[in-house]
Structure formats: C-alpha cells, structure tokens
Design a protein around this ligand. Structure first.
Ligand SMILES: Nc1ncnc2c1ncn2[C@@H]1O[C@H](COP(=O)(O)OP(=O)(O)O)[C@@H](O)[C@H]1O
Ligand SMILES: [Mg+2]
Length: 261
C-alpha cells in the first residue's frame, strides 16, 4: 500500500490511521515511514529492540512529539493538521507510561479528580463519581485516600490506568507499562489491561510481555530501526516469525540468558 491510497477504497473503519510517519531528531531519523491502522476495539502490541522507535511512535500518536512527515488520524480527526485543536485531540487518547507519573502530593482519588476538573471541566460530584467507578475497574477502591508513596509499583500503575480511563479516552496507549515493576506485581497490571481489552477498548501496547501479546493482542507489530518489519497475528509473529531480525529479537526476549553467551 502506498501513502497515496484513497481512504475511500478501504471499507474497514479505523480508529487510528497512520500513514508514512517520519520523525527525526536533528539529523537522526528515528521513524522512517510507519504505516499502521488500528480498528475499533483492536489490541495491537508493538515489540522491538530498544531504540527502534516504539516510544517515539506512541508519543507522535499523542502529539507529545511533532511528526516530521506523514499523517495520523485518530477517531476521525487528523491530528497532524496544523489547524487541529491539539488539546481536544489529546483528550481522546489515554497514555500510560513506564514510570507512573502520579502527583505525589495528591491522594489516589485526587490524582483521578484533578485532571477531570482541569481538563474536562467536570464538577466535583461528577469527577468524584467517575474516579470511584474507575478505581473499581482497577480493583483499588480501598486505596482512594492513600498517597502514591504508600502504594506498591503495581498499584501505582493501576492508579495511572484508572486516571487515564477517567478521561473517557477513545484509545489507550501503553508504553512498557510493566517494565518498571517487580515481577510479582506485573500480573495484576496485565489483568487490568486484559479486562480493558475484553471491554472493547482500542489499545496500542508497547511491551516485552510475550505471553500477554500472545494471549491478548489481535495483532503484533515488530519494529526495528524506525520501520515496521513485520506484523500479523501473535501466533504468527511471535510463534513463527518470517524475518531474521524478528527471530533474533524474540530469542533475546524469550531467553535473555542466551544472548549473553
Ligand atoms: N527527544 C529526543 N531527542 C533526541 N533523540 C531522541 C529523542 N527521543 C528519542 N530519541 C532517539 O530516538 C531513538 C528511538 O527512541 P525510542 O522511540 O525511545 O525507542 P524505543 O522506545 O523503541 O526504545 C533512540 O535512538 C533515541 O535515542
Ligand atoms: Mg521506549
């Protein structure tokens, strides 16, 4: 497919549509022409070596980085249009980072209420109710009055997910959400993400959790050196990769000790 393809020729509705996305930092081209479509309710896992551009891709979708070239349409809005209302566009996109980025001086509840009031202008009652609903979704109702420092990393990450959900996003982006967690805390975060997927949330997840990708992803995208090398169902990309680079990467991720020999 070329970037000149007419949208009208494709019937499949897309929630995220990325065409020929390039991003350079100075002379370094980090994204070298990414084409990616995500349909409503689809869960796409993005895998690839460190430095391949995965975070930059997510950051472009959320306009935390300005693309150097190409087009990104989210929920029908061309967010690369210079006239777009960036704040409105960003509101449709929830983002969860490796580091949870909670406000340390606010309670869990306060972390969920503040952005709803500031960004969406919700009244206190509504914001409180939505906060409670979303804390229930991540099984942390009992921690509403705790401060982030009193929570485990896994609990903090679940608060960060609830905070993003409280903004009613159309899509959720996750950038290695479990990479900073102790191994025994990973499962609870993945369980929350699994239930979100089951609820029909459109998700793009950068992760090294291959068992999660196999079980939950509708599609796995392998990136290397700023390009999509291959993509397809998890069973295919993770189970029987076509490209040498994908095989090398998976060998290293699935058996880290092997790469040190
Ligand atoms: N703000 C930035 N300025 C300069 N270089 C950057 C910036 N952000 C990322 N890079 C570079 O872009 C490349 C891809 O980074 P990143 O998207 O974080 O990769 P990944 O998430 O796959 O590890 C890396 O070489 C990184 O050093
Ligand atoms: Mg990254």
């Amino acid at each position: 497919m070329t970037s000149d393809d007419n949208d009208a020729t494709r019937r499949q509705p897309t929630e995220i549509e990325i065409r020929d996305l390039h991003k350079s930092f100075g002379a370094t081209e980090v994204l070298r022409g990414i084409d990616l479509q995500v349909t409503p309710g689809e869960v796409v896992c993005v895998i690839g070596p460190s430095g391949s551009g995965k975070s930059t891709l997510l950051r472009c979708i959320n306009l935390l980085e300005e693309p150097s070239r190409g087009r990104i349409v989210v929920a029908g809005t061309d967010i690369t249009d210079p006239d777009v209302d960036i704040d409105a566009a960003r509101r449709r996109i929830g983002m969860v980072f490796q580091q949870f980025n909670l406000f340390p001086h606010l309670t869990v509840s306060g972390n969920l209420v503040l952005p709803q009031r500031r960004v969406l202008g919700r009244d206190k009652r509504t914001a409180d109710r939505v906060a409670r609903e979303n804390l229930r979704r991540v099984a942390l109702t009992d921690k509403a009055d705790a401060y982030p420092a009193q929570l485990s990393g896994g609990q903090q990450q679940r608060v960060a997910i609830a905070r993003a959900l409280a903004m009613d996003p159309r899509v959720m982006l996750f950038d290695e959400p479990t990479s900073a967690l102790d191994p025994e805390l990973v499962g609870d975060v993945l369980a929350v993400m699994r239930s979100l997927a089951a609820d029909g949330m459109t998700m793009v997840v950068v992760t090294h959790e291959m068992s999660f990708a196999r079980e939950v992803a509708d599609r796995v995208v392998f990136m290397d050196e700023g390009r999509v090398v291959e993509q397809g169902p998890a069973a295919q990309v993770v189970g029987s990769p076509r490209h040498e680079r994908t095989r090398d990467f998976l060998t290293r991720v699935l058996d880290p000790a092997a790469s040190k020999l």
